[in-house]
Write a protein that binds this ligand. Structure first.
Ligand code: F6P
Length: 469
């Protein structure tokens, strides 16, 4: 553990009220016991330095809230379980709320008491293994707060009202790069107006594109699903004696991590996918003639050619256009495999099929990575520790100590380092001919997909946790 901010330490000993002495004692114990968090403790605002951490209400307790945001994953509920389980152990935390549909729930005062809903460890464990977001999600962009423009403050004031109404002193936002924009803005606003609520970001995304963390919860399970499904597609594609091309489109937006992760099949001696295309290899557009030449080359070697293509690939042909945009300006990416299918069929005249793995790759739990789910839970728990240690405006992350044996530690850093930023697949992990990835990539991916989750079945179907909303 590294504690760097002496003013934070001094603050413990300047606490004068009995309540503060009690809560300081808890904090010290937590720090001594804490084995997983290494962090540069954020400088707290003047207000916090004066008041100390987490002023306890008259009941001697304060409440917390968590929310989920952005695209679903198989592990985002595991992080919620981590926040819940750790918070439930803290004597100073009273109620644990869930905000419905991410930050929208905080704006609209739409909260559910998770501690009344998750009444047994079975419930929490079932939620941990349930894919997607039990609290719902959003792609909501908060306005940039400008103290000179009262219109920009309206939503923040509603959120502060919700904090006050529910006596919430810490808010955990589980999400990706856009969601970290919300963490950053809300933390800045709270500090600007002297609101003593700790705002902590918990990462998640199947895209694995968050800077500052070795990988993101949700990615390992998506990678395991992609590899497993690709292997099944490979088995299917080889049944006929005729030549065929199968193009599998994989999510990831502008980052090729998930597509590249299909290389893990090589660890079991599988040569396919024969071609792997990530957007980072084509900063000037995806050259269709080079692509068709690659395919032609592979057709000479393999009867059933398998291609993994990232949804972020943009063919440099005029007729290829992307449409739609969400609140953060992201276009609707799907469809590139279908486009490539038509171009291959025109050129080669053989059987060509395109498969878009679509939402299944981010919400399939039956083939989730145990490593991913356990890490997702641990990072949720660490986020609670981070807030209890007096931090705000931080995102939790993983630092890889080694790949073999696989060892990581949980860290936290200023959320401005990651909000609205993307971490791309490394250029030096892309092969020289731009149609494959290197063994460094394989070594990076393999630990993240290890372990299988025990799924409970009822009537032959996996049992999911559902909120009664
Ligand atoms: O960010 C996660 C992600 O699943 C991307 O891989 C994908 O491009 C995007 O979300 C899809 O967005 P939506 O959930 O709005 O369809």
């Amino acid at each position: 553990m590294v504690f760097t901010n002496s003013s934070v330490k001094n603050n413990y000993f300047s606490a004068i009220s009995t309540k503060n002495i009690v809560q300081s004692a808890y904090s010290i114990i937590r720090r001594v016991c804490d084995k997983i968090i290494i962090e540069n403790i954020a400088t707290t605002s003047d207000k916090f330095e004066k008041d100390g951490f987490f002023m306890l209400s008259d009941s001697g307790k304060f409440n917390i809230a968590a929310a989920q945001s952005g695209g679903p994953t198989a592990a985002i509920n595991a992080s919620l379980a981590g926040v819940f389980r750790r918070a439930a152990q803290c004597p100073e935390i009273g109620r644990i709320y869930g905000s419905i549909n991410g930050i929208e729930g905080m704006i609209n005062g739409d909260l559910v008491p998770l501690d009344s809903i998750l009444t047994s460890d079975y419930d929490v464990e079932l939620m941990k293994k349930t894919p997607s977001t039990v609290l719902g999600s959003c792609r909501y962009k908060l306005a940039e707060y400008d103290p000179k423009d009262s219109k920009t403050e309206a939503e923040y004031m509603k959120i502060i009202e919700t904090f006050k109404e529910y006596d919430i002193k810490a808010f955990f936002y589980i999400g990706g790069n856009d969601s970290m924009d919300t963490v950053l803005k809300l933390d800045r606003y709270c500090k600007a107006v002297g609101c003593d609520v700790k705002i902590i970001g918990v990462p998640k995304t199947i895209d694995n594109d968050l800077p500052g963390t070795d990988h993101t919860p949700g990615f390992g399970s998506a990678a395991k699903y992609v590899a497993t499904t690709l292997q099944e597609i490979i088995r299917d594609s080889r049944v006929y004696s005729i030549q065929s091309i199968t193009i599998v489109e994989i999510m990831g937006r502008n980052a090729g991590w998930l597509t590249a992760s299909s290389c893990v099949l090589r660890a079991n001696g599988e040569p396919a996918p024969h071609l792997i295309y990530v957007p980072e290899a084509f900063p000037n557009g995806f050259d269709m003639e080079e692509f068709l030449a690659d395919v032609g080359r592979m057709m000479k070697r393999y009867r059933a050619v398998i291609i993994a293509v990232s949804e972020g690939i943009v063919p440099n042909e005029r007729q290829y256009v992307k449409t739609g945009a969400d609140a953060f300006g992201h276009t609707d990416n799907s469809g590139v495999a279908k486009y490539l299918e038509h171009r291959c069929a025109e050129r080669f005249g053989c059987k060509v099929r395109s498969i878009e793995l679509n939402v299944m790759q981010r919400c399939s739990a039956h083939i989730a990575s145990l490593t991913d789910l356990n890490e997702a839970e641990q990072i949720g728990a660490a986020a609670v520790e981070c807030a209890l240690n007096g931090n705000s405006g931080r995102m939790m992350g993983f630092r890889r100590i080694s790949s073999e044996p696989y060892r990581i530690e949980i860290v936290s850093f200023d959320v401005s380092e990651t909000a609205n930023k993307e971490k791309y697949f490394p250029a030096n992990w892309i092969s020289a001919d731009k149609s494959d990835v290197t063994t460094d990539a394989l070594n990076y991916f393999l630990p993240l997909i290890q372990g299988e989750v025990q799924t409970e079945y009822r009537n032959g179907i996996p049992v999911h946790f559902r909120l009664n909303q």
